[in-house]
Design a protein around this ligand. Structure first.
Ligand code: AMP
Length: 122
């Protein structure tokens, strides 16, 4: 699986394109989706060069895997959709490849919330 260093999220990670940053640490960067599908729509991406979840799950280190999952939890709290917040709750999903509808070839978890997110698969 070849990683395209010119994909839009790689450019965001390098600071070549701006984003509405929510959170950043050693392992992840999180920012608001440019075309939100729900009241709250955030993206959490690993800092490493991974095309998709297949690539990440087979090649990422234990630290990177833990860092990404913890990052998703941290971001959910930061944007106020975590279940620890009254009226919270959210959906996180990841699209993989052509059938999954993935558009940007750098692994990203979506976080949708701020309202009822509806049926899982429309
Ligand atoms: P996917 O279809 O899972 O690959 O989702 C790609 C997501 O990236 C879409 O929800 C887009 O709206 C979002 N997106 C594309 N370009 C940008 C950008 N420059 N900043 C923030 N989000 C973006």
């Amino acid at each position: 699986m070849t990683y395209d260093k010119n994909n839009i999220f790689a450019k965001i990670l390098r600071g070549e394109i701006p984003c509405k940053k929510i959170y950043e640490d050693e392992f992840v960067l999180a920012f608001h989706d440019i075309n939100p599908q729900k009241k709250v729509h955030a993206l959490v991406i690993p800092k490493g060069e991974y095309v998709n979840l297949d690539d990440f799950s087979s090649k990422a280190s234990e630290k990177e895997i833990a860092g990404l999952i913890r990052g998703i939890g941290t971001v959910a709290k930061k944007i106020g959709v975590s279940e620890v917040v009254k009226g919270g709750g959210y959906r996180s999903l990841v699209n993989v490849g052509e059938n999954g509808g993935q558009e940007v070839p750098h692994l990203h978890f979506h976080i949708f919330g701020g309202e009822k997110v509806g049926k899982m698969v429309p």
